[in-house]
Design a protein around this ligand. Structure first.
Ligand code: NAD
Length: 474
């Protein structure tokens, strides 16, 4: 597969006078030097999305569905090649990357099926004086901004519904992981998506590129996945033209284990919930609230399982935990753990940055008190702080004492009791007796400062549709 390193604008690959290096975080080597968009490139990308919009919006849903279906088929036949790019630029192990690209492709299949199922409304008004017709129309050219932690899935989770709805897009992927986004643009190109419908620009987050595009009133919708901090900034910028926004932001997932839970199952699921993507997931279990009678045993078994993991380069044989995306990100994790220990946490395993090349951090389990500051922040690494709690009520209170509300996990033996706890958790998603629940067919999203809107499921396409009411004298 060609490694694309240029911008994709109006159906052509475009070089630039400025480039930025993309690194393999497992050894710091340079994978590619990607083109950085200048003002003209950004304007051209927005222009391409705006000028191709009317024809694309008017393209029959069946044709748009078939483009998505072809893209799904191409992507599915190239999973290993795309996953290799994901693993190299992100650091995650190949098996994780294959899982991600498979999941990413499924969004294209799901939305190819959704494209033809958008329904409207036709009914008499209750007063009987008119007929109410409601249609759902594409919102318009959309700016999509994606993070580095799932460089494939976050892209298709947005482009899938955008195209299904009839919207054109400018995608700005994370600067750390642009190669996957460019590879996916190539998939869409080969699937026959018309020029200008999908444009990919690469830009530094420190520069004015995003503000420039948001200042163009032809952009009508912003779909962002990333940190809460940047999300808030972009919501403020989106106010200027009163944009539709969809915000998939940070998380601080609590993982509750009630005392009647199957401990083996809970530890197995905790490993998945904690270590998917090396812990760099918005859905990663970030705080473990365990019933006191089983807390020490849970922490010991989790530490044993974590210690047994083999850490190394994502493409390495038998490696189970890869590198963080950069040394800077790894150092953030190390500072959080050092702080937690200074505040009284006890390390059961890990906790020490290894010598040598690469952005590696070891699998780490800590026991901490409920007021340890590490419980308030997204760790984004393979670190599990465990807290003993005295009741379901205390676990729920602590779980809900967060500005975030993306996902929560709860484990218990008695399903009625476990579901009663699940219902009281303030989160957009709750996993019951499972370590992972993400599914293209289900609505993904958070409450509180974890975001606004839902991706996937039946709701996902509506982030790219606007309803229009037509009142008719009939
Ligand atoms: P980030 O917020 O730093 O960056 C996300 C995107 O925004 C990137 O493309 C980045 O280049 C861009 N960006 C950064 N600063 C910007 C600025 N000032 N103006 C405009 N654009 C800017 O997030 P990240 O570090 O790439 O990703 C990790 C975060 O994403 C975590 O908080 C994680 O929880 C969150 N996330 C959420 C979901 C979800 O679905 N809720 C999924 C994956 C990741």
């Amino acid at each position: 597969m060609t490694l694309h390193d240029r911008l994709f604008i109006a159906g052509t690959w475009r070089a630039s006078s400025r480039t930025a290096s993309v690194h393999d975080p497992s050894d710091g080597s340079v994978l590619a030097n990607v083109a950085i968009a200048d003002d003209q490139d950004l304007d051209d990308a927005v222009n391409a999305a705006a000028t191709s919009f009317p024809a694309f919006a008017a393209t029959p849903a069946r044709e748009r569905a078939e483009m998505l279906r072809r893209a799904f088929e191409i992507m599915s036949s190239e999973i290993d090649a795309i996953a290799t790019i994901v693993s190299q630029e992100n650091g995650k192990v190949l098996a994780d990357a294959i899982g991600e690209v498979t999941y990413a492709a499924e969004f294209l299949r799901w939305f190819s099926e959704e494209a033809v199922r958008v329904s409207g409304d036709f009914r008499a008004s209750p007063s009987g004086d008119k007929t109410i017709i409601v249609t759902h129309d594409p919102v318009g050219p959309s700016l999509l901004i994606t993070p580095w932690n799932f460089p494939a899935a976050m892209v298709t989770r947005k482009i899938g519904p955008a195209l299904a709805a009839g919207c054109t897009v400018v995608l700005k992927p994370a600067l750390e992981t642009p190669l996957t986004a460019l590879a996916i643009a190539d998939v869409f190109d080969r699937a026959g998506v018309p020029p200008g419908v999908i444009n990919v620009v690469i830009a530094s987050p420190a520069g004015p590129a995003v503000s420039r595009m948001l200042a163009d009133s032809r952009i009508r919708n912003l779909s962002f996945t990333g940190s809460t901090e940047v999300g808030k900034l972009l919501i403020r910028q989106s106010a200027e033209h009163v944009l539709r926004t969809s915000m998939e932001l940070g998380g601080n997932a609590p993982f509750l284990v009630l005392e009647d839970a199957d401990l083996d199952e809970a530890v197995r699921a905790a490993m998945v919930a904690k270590l998917r993507n090396g812990g760099a997931a918005c859905t990663a279990a970030n705080r473990f609230y365990i019933a006191r009678p089983i807390a020490a045993e849970f922490a010991r078994r989790l530490a044993d399982a974590m210690t047994a993991l083999r850490t190394g380069p994502g493409l390495g044989e038998g490696v189970q935990l890869g590198a963080s995306v950069s040394v800077g990100e790894r150092d953030k994790i190390a500072r959080l753990v050092d702080g937690a220990v200074a505040d009284g946490g006890v390390t059961l395993t890990g906790g020490v940055v290894p010598d040598g090349l690469g952005a590696f951090y070891p699998p780490t389990v800590l026991t901490v008190d409920a007021d340890n500051p590490i419980l308030d922040v997204e760790i984004f690494g393979p670190v599990a702080p465990v807290v003993a709690v005295d009741s379901d009520d205390e676990a729920i209170r602590l779980a809900n004492a967060s500005a975030y509300g993306l996902i929560s996990y709860v484990f218990g033996g008695d399903l009625r009791r476990t579901l009663a706890v699940a219902k009281r958790l303030e989160a957009g998603m709750v996993a019951v007796n499972r370590g992972v629940i993400s599914d293209p067919a289900a609505p993904f999203g958070g409450v509180k400062e974890s975001g606004v809107g839902r991706e996937g499921g039946f709701a996902g396409i509506h982030e790219f549709l606007e309803s229009k009411y037509i009142g008719v004298e009939l």
